[in-house]
Design a protein around this ligand. Structure first.
Ligand code: TPP
Length: 563
């Protein structure tokens, strides 16, 4: 049996034809026709996550792994508003999240009736497209219109620049009536993908600029694993006039490059900075985690800066943009590569020498490292299984990971689109559900407690391990400049607390262990990936005051060793 609402049957058939597989549903009544139609079709995997904010982040995690448009469905009223954080994250991370919000009929909005708010265009700042479907479509023109806008909107989620979209669905009562119906054979339009490139003349002009610069730098921001840019960048690493900077979130593995930016920058004295400044900077990928490199380049602006990004915006993170090249990075670099030659220069080597100095100092510092967040990261990173997925929570986890060179292959993910702490748990849950791979979330206590509703459902998979670093508050505020200098630090910034996750683990049925010393950690880490039927939480307690001191002495130690 199907819902008797023909428009909903058509909507679901279009979603199927456009390749949607995963649907995350939050309970309500206005969305009943959608629930009936999606859940009764075996083409979809439907999950139920009660809290809409978490549901949308779970869907984001699924889409992050599958690369497919992934839908979230909720009732009307304040429920859709809870999708906003995940939609904003999806917008800036370019993830195809599809918000399908049931709505009251137009005649009941603002009439003091329940769960009736003006939902049209509520996500307009964070979606690629938002449409309201025709209310109770009945004639051919209505169905033709519905089909066209839904099909177009779902295609827009997938490009040319991927991102979230919104389908608002006004529904009149009755909502639960059913009838038999034939499977619909649809003839849908599709947007074809285009592969554009620069003209020969433009490439030659750019190559000419490139060939004149003895100091070139490529900074890589966030990229999904297996991005084709890996292959072409590897061809550039032989050029002594070029240094490539990556972060863990770039998911790139390149020889003769800098993978730990902040610690290398700590070896460069103020007097030396000019020698390390590029003449030509090329940037690609999503946001860069390192604040230090952004500050460095903004202080010493390159003559030329090309940003490679198919979107139309001028993204000028370093306040030095000369060309926005609206192409996929691999497409442009392949074109460029055919027209450039390596140049004699000391530029790459002065960077690599500093990298060597930083590595030795880093290892020296670790020898007597006391119990702290930094010590935890040193050991935890060694235990992550080869080829597994690491979800890095916002705040300091994603920053600590940047300090350690990857010595095994891991896939790195983090919500760096908006850098919120509000969906780290849910995203990791969704990602683990989708990938089925061993997935580890490393997260701080505030980000964990903020998003525990990401565990409030029946789908938390056993392949997820959560490493919760509990330093009793927002440790970052003791590290960054500013909050640590004011008396409000503990109460208003760190928000110190005494909470632990033991009862939360019990409530949601996860395995739980905890430790507060290095020896205990060494005993527990090997057990983390022993196969069990449940997801697990390993809570690691660290001392908040020492954490900040250890990190600031780390950078001081590296710079002292360098001069
Ligand atoms: C939704 C949201 N609210 C507030 C912030 C500001 N913020 C950034 S980090 C942070 C504290 C995070 O603490 P925790 O998760 O314990 O990690 P730690 O700093 O200890 O590594 C806060 C509140 C944010 N990024 N996102």
């Amino acid at each position: 049996m199907h819902t008797d609402k023909k428009g909903i049957r058509l909507l679901v058939a279009i979603c199927k034809a456009k390749g949607l597989k995963d649907i995350v549903i939050s309970p309500g009544s206005r969305n009943a026709p959608l629930v009936i139609e999606f859940t009764r079709d075996a083409a979809f995997r439907c999950l139920v996550v009660p809290d809409e904010r978490s549901a949308a982040f779970v869907a984001l995690g699924i889409a992050q792994q599958s690369g497919l448009p992934t839908a979230v469905i909720c009732t009307s009223g304040s429920a859709p508003l809870n999708y906003s954080p995940a939609l904003a994250e999806a917008y800036y991370q370019r993830i195809p999240l599809v918000a399908i919000t049931a709505d009251r009929p137009a005649e009941w909005i603002g009439q003091a009736d329940g769960q009736a708010i003006n939902q049209q265009g509520i996500f307009n700042n964070f979606v690629r497209r938002s449409v309201s479907l025709p209310q109770e479509p009945s004639d051919e023109a209505d169905f033709w219109y519905l089909q066209r806008i839904v099909s177009e909107t779902l295609d827009m989620a997938m490009g040319p620049v991927k991102g979230p979209v919104h389908l608002n669905v006004p529904l009149r009562e009755p909502l639960y009536r059913q009838e038999t119906a034939e499977e619909q054979i649809l003839k849908l339009p599709s947007s074809l993908k285009i592969q554009s490139s620069l003209s020969k003349e433009v490439v030659e002009k750019l190559a000419d600029e490139w060939n004149k610069c003895k100091r070139k730098m490529i900074i890589c921001g966030g990229l999904a694993p297996s991005n084709p840019v890996q292959e072409i960048l590897a061809k550039f690493t032989d050029d002594p006039s070029l240094i490539i900077l990556t972060e863990s979130t770039s998911n790139l593995n390149l020889n003769q490059s800098i993978a730990c930016i902040d610690r290398v920058l700590a070896t460069i004295s103020k007097n030396e900075e000019k020698d390390f400044t590029p003449d030509l900077l090329i940037t690609l990928g999503g946001p860069v985690v390192s604040k230090k490199i952004k500050a460095f380049i903004r202080r010493h602006k390159p003559v030329h800066h090309w940003h490679l990004d198919p979107d139309e915006l001028h993204i000028d993170t370093y306040q030095s943009l000369t060309y926005h090249i609206p192409l996929e990075p691999d497409v442009f670099l392949n074109q460029l590569n055919e027209n450039v030659t390596p140049l004699k220069s000391t530029y790459r080597n002065i960077w690599l020498d500093k990298d060597g100095i930083a590595e030795v100092a880093h290892q020296d510092y670790l020898v007597d490292l006391q119990w702290s967040d930094m010590k935890v990261f040193e050991h935890v990173l060694q235990y992550l299984p080869e080829g597994s997925d690491l979800q890095m929570g916002n705040s300091t986890p994603v920053r600590y990971v940047q300090l350690y060179k990857a010595f095994k292959q891991l896939n790195y993910f983090g919500n760096r689109g908006t850098s919120g702490i509000d969906g780290c748990v849910s995203t990791a849950v969704g990602a683990a559900i989708s990938s089925k791979k061993i997935t580890t979330l490393i997260v701080g206590d505030m980000a964990f407690f903020y998003d525990t509703n990401g565990l409030w459902h029946h789908h938390v998979p056993a392949n997820l391990s959560i490493i919760l670093i509990n330093n009793g508050g927002g440790g970052i505020f003791r590290i960054i400049e500013g909050p640590s200098s004011v008396p409000e630090l503990e109460e208003y910034f760190e928000t110190r607390h005494q909470l632990n996750a033991k009862n939360i683990a019990a409530t949601f049925g996860l395995d739980y262990s905890s430790c507060s010393s290095f020896n205990e950690l060494e005993e527990l880490l090997p057990l983390l990936y022993v196969e069990t039927a449940k997801a697990s939480i390993l809570e690691i307690f660290t001392p908040y005051e020492e954490n900040a001191e250890v990190l600031s002495s780390y950078f001081k130690f590296i710079s002292d060793k360098s001069f």
